[in-house]
Design a protein. Structure first.
Length: 478
């Protein structure tokens, strides 16, 4: 850990590291051309400290965004810790060919600070392939590349540390006391960004293992699906990608049968039209936040396909692949599509899993699906911040979430200038965009503004007048 300081001496180990980095960055390729080598950014802090203005817990996209925005803000000493030894972002389901469902501009920083050095375009430029990326004419950013971008941002930000687990956060009346597996530090503010955890329905609990697992573990193990029966449960993008991957394998690697089960009435596309995307702008998030709880719950249920549907390109590819397998390759029994059904039971048979599947429209319709593997593509839920247990009695809740104010600070029984901010944990209060990449940069900007005591320039009002503001102004003029 280090704090902002002046120039170091030749004995400063950080300075020696910088010199070594510069030497490494000056290398040349085998044919004499200049190599593109990423050198770490100059170290912002040079001396150890036990106190920070802002200490982040967890290093996923949310806190990486805040760390990126704060990196050059010397007036806010900051450190971000993650218990994992290295960066990861959905590594277990990085299926080849998978792409983002959002614009490349919705990266860590661009929508709040377009010139920030941690943007996706800066990453491409730093890696020496920005022209290649343009010429590739991707319809969407490959998910693996975006994951690599996030890793690059974590490695080149000197205020990010891995391999350090925050075990407890308490308050001593003046500062938050943060105890990790390596040290004890204090902080004026803590930012929780620990992400989500895999979720499976009740029938699957206690049964997960080598042949029955969550989609987050799909590519992390070397499983042989050839000649096997595979059930995929879940009708969102993840389930679609797994189904497509399985039915697209070479003939010798094809499963015997792939059954795709979904509670939804059909395999519905994501609603990605211009006016729908007005749900994913800051002004709508603020409008949603001001609604009463019943209205917010209803809107999230009504608009779920604006974030949780399947990309149209994926659906088209699936349909075309089904056509080719059945009518060109003659694989009539390769797949079964079972939407509008709910898995109500899972039983271990002699050498397979027996899934009890009930029809949603006709409860009397009961089917039994036998499969050798079961993949649960059933989503995620916010991870539990157990390290906040010493503060639990002081922190306000709303349903299953911590109750936050407009700046994402948890309402609590403590000083207003000492805050625990919460990233990606208030979907019921901020809407479907909260766990989405769309507002990551804006949310971090809102938190940073609170830390700096400033109010950044907001973008122009959206075309849609959600709260009747424009109508009221017109009436006032008449």
């Amino acid at each position: 850990m280090a704090v902002t300081g002046g120039g170091g001496t030749g004995r400063d180990p950080d300075v020696r590291e910088e010199r070594a980095d510069r030497k490494a960055a000056a290398g040349y390729g085998l044919r004499g051309e200049r190599r593109v080598v990423t050198a770490p950014l100059p170290r912002q802090r040079r001396h150890e400290t036990a106190h920070y203005r802002c200490l982040g817990v967890g290093v996923g996209p949310a806190n990486l965004s805040l760390a990126a925005l704060l990196h050059d803000k010397n007036e806010v000493s900051n450190l971000f810790l993650d218990r994992e030894e290295r960066f990861g972002w959905h590594d277990g389901q990085q299926i080849p060919g998978a792409t983002l469902q959002v614009s490349l501009l919705k990266d860590l920083v661009t929508l709040s600070e377009p010139t920030n050095r941690f943007s996706f375009l800066s990453y491409l430029h730093d890696q020496g392939r920005i022209y290649h990326f343009i010429n590739a004419q991707f319809d969407a950013v490959p998910r693996q590349e975006f994951r690599n971008y996030l890793e690059w941002a974590s490695k080149t930000n000197t205020n990010v540390r891995f391999g350090e687990e925050v075990q407890e956060v308490d308050f001593d009346g003046t500062s938050f006391v943060v105890r990790t597996n390596k040290r004890t530090a204090t902080a004026d503010n803590v930012v929780v960004g620990i992400g989500t955890r895999p979720w499976v329905p009740e029938p699957a609990r206690g049964k997960l293992g080598g042949s029955q697992f969550h989609v987050s573990d799909f590519v992390s193990r070397d499983r042989d699906f050839a000649g096997k029966r595979v059930a995929v449960v879940g009708g969102g993008q993840s389930g679609a990608e797994v189904f497509l991957d399985l039915i697209s394998r070479p003939i010798e690697q094809l499963p015997r049968r792939v059954i795709w089960i979904s509670r939804r009435h059909n395999y519905f596309p994501i609603d990605d039209t211009p006016f729908t995307n007005e749900y994913f702008v800051p002004s709508y998030s603020d409008y949603f936040f001001d609604l009463d709880r019943p209205a917010r719950v209803a809107l999230n249920a009504q608009n779920v396909l604006t974030s949780d549907g399947i990309s149209e390109s994926t659906l088209r590819e699936i349909y075309q692949r089904c056509y080719a397998r059945r009518f060109v390759d003659g694989a009539d029994d390769l797949f079964a599509l079972l939407p509008n059904r709910t898995v109500t039971g899972v039983r271990a048979g002699h050498d397979a899993w027996d899934l009890t599947v009930a029809g949603n429209d006709d409860p009397g319709l009961i089917e039994h699906v036998e499969s050798d593997f079961v993949v649960w593509a059933t989503g995620y839920r916010p991870a539990t911040a157990d390290f906040l247990s010493p503060l639990e009695a002081k922190l306000a809740r709303e349903g299953e979430e911590y109750n936050v104010d407009k700046d994402f600070a948890i309402r609590w029984d403590g000083p207003r200038d000492r805050c625990v901010f919460l990233q990606n944990g208030v979907r019921d209060q901020r809407g479907l965009a909260d766990p989405n990449l769309s507002l990551v940069a804006w949310r971090s900007q809102r938190i940073m503004d609170r830390l700096l005591g400033v109010h950044s320039n907001e973008q122009l009002e959206p075309f849609i007048d959600w709260a009747g503001k424009h109508t009221t102004e017109l009436l006032d003029r008449t």
